[in-house]
Design a protein around this ligand. Structure first.
Ligand code: CDP
Ligand code: MG
Length: 136
């Protein structure tokens, strides 16, 4: 049975700065993840804090919000078969040092904070996060 899903991807400031958009989107396309929408923007620290509110009690929260708002990001709505879990696999583990071979974070991540990409972790997160960036 088919299970087409939509998920949110963010190319974080470190990867936008290094012009990795095409390299990353090539990987998505090769894996049959279709880019339905995309836009480049910079968010405020307050918006980053709202986006990452699930992490508000974590020691890295402040740094994370400063980082995500530090420069332009590219947000994308991806669609495809089991897109949420498949994109998480293609991204690799949060810490690039632990990310599997040829995952986006293994190839391009610099450190656990500058790990180049974000991906929704569940269908409820995907719905909330797509709404956050692509309302209307
Ligand atoms: O992005 P992912 O879902 O893999 O990880 P997360 O646990 O939801 O954490 C969100 C983001 O916080 C990560 O992508 C990292 O950039 C950052 N983080 C960090 O800077 N230091 C940590 N110890 C853990 C996460
Ligand atoms: Mg997460």
């Amino acid at each position: 049975m088919s299970n087409t899903e939509r998920t949110l991807s963010i190319i974080k400031p470190d990867a936008v700065e290094r012009n990795l958009f095409e390299k990353i989107t090539d990987i998505l396309k090769k894996n049959n993840l279709k880019i339905e929408k995309n836009k480049k923007l910079q968010i405020s620290k307050e918006e980053a804090a709202e986006f990452y509110k699930e992490h508000q009690s974590k020691p890295f929260y402040e740094k994370l919000c400063n980082y995500l708002s530090s420069g332009p990001i590219i947000v994308m709505e991806l669609s495809g078969e089991n897109a949420i879990s498949r994109y998480r696999e293609i991204m690799g583990a949060t810490d690039p040092k632990k990310a599997g071979n040829n995952t986006i974070r293994n190839l391009y991540g610099v450190s656990i904070d500058k790990n180049s990409v974000h991906g929704s972790d569940s269908s409820s997160s995907a719905e909330r996060e797509l709404n956050f960036f692509f309302k209307n």
